[in-house]
Design a protein. Structure first.
Length: 188
C-alpha cells in the first residue's frame, strides 16, 4: 500500500518520509523501523487472507505508523504524546475512524483494549511474544539497548516482572518465554 496516499486519504497532514525518519531515531533499537515493517507485513497478510476489511487494513496501518511515533525510553507518556501528535496532524480529528486510531494508540500503553479495534492492534503489536526463542532474544536485546539507561539492576528487575506475566497470557509459547526469562536472569 502507498502510505503517503493513505495519509492523504485520511487527511493526515504530513509526509511519510518525515514519519519514517522518526522511526530511525538513534534511541530506537526495538521500537524502530524493523518493528514498524513487521507490523505492516502482519497487517498485509491479514488483508490478503481476507481476515480484515479494507477499512480495517487502513486503520491498522495508520495505527502502526503512529503508535510509537514519539518514543523516548526515559519517558512514561510516549503513547499519549504519539496520540497527540497524530491528532495534531489530522484535518478532521472528529472522524470516528480517527478516534478509533487514537484510542488504539493509547491502548498500547498497557496493551489493555478499550475497543475491539484496539484489541486487534494490540495482538499485532505483541505478536513478538508468540515467536521462536531466537526472535524473542532479538526483541530482548533491542529492549535492553533502549532501557539500559536505567542500569542493569533496575532494568533486570522491571523486565523480569513484565516477562513473568507473559507465559500465562501466551500459553502457546510458554516454553520459549520461560527460556527467555532464564536468559535474562543469567545475563543481567
Amino acid at each position: 500500500m502507498n502510505l503517503q496516499a493513505l495519509l492523504d486519504k485520511y487527511s493526515v497532514d504530513v509526509e511519510i518520509d518525515t514519519l519514517l525518519t522518526k522511526w530511525q531515531e538513534p534511541q530506537r533499537h526495538y521500537h524502530d523501523q524493523t518493528h514498524l515493517n513487521d507490523l505492516i507485513n502482519q497487517i498485509e497478510v491479514l488483508y490478503n487472507k481476507n481476515k480484515i476489511s479494507k477499512d480495517e487494513e487502513e486503520k491498522l496501518l495508520l495505527t502502526a505508523i503512529f503508535h510509537d511515533i514519539i518514543y523516548q525510553p526515559t519517558r512514561k507518556d510516549n503513547e499519549e504524546k504519539s496520540a497527540e501528535y497524530f491528532i495534531s496532524l489530522c484535518k478532521h480529528p472528529d472522524n470516528p475512524n480517527i478516534h478509533d486510531i487514537k484510542q488504539a494508540i493509547l491502548d498500547t500503553k498497557h496493551h489493555q483494549s478499550k475497543q475491539p479495534f484496539s484489541k486487534l492492534f494490540n495482538q499485532l503489536d505483541m505478536n513478538i511474544v508468540t515467536r521462536p526463542f531466537e526472535e524473542l532474544l532479538e526483541w530482548e536485546k533491542g529492549c535492553y539497548e533502549e532501557y539500559k539507561v536505567y542500569g542493569e539492576t533496575l532494568y533486570k528487575h522491571g523486565r523480569l516482572e513484565f516477562l513473568k506475566t507473559l507465559p500465562k497470557q501466551y500459553p502457546q509459547n510458554k516454553e520459549h518465554l520461560k527460556q527467555l526469562i532464564e536468559w535474562v536472569k543469567k545475563h543481567y
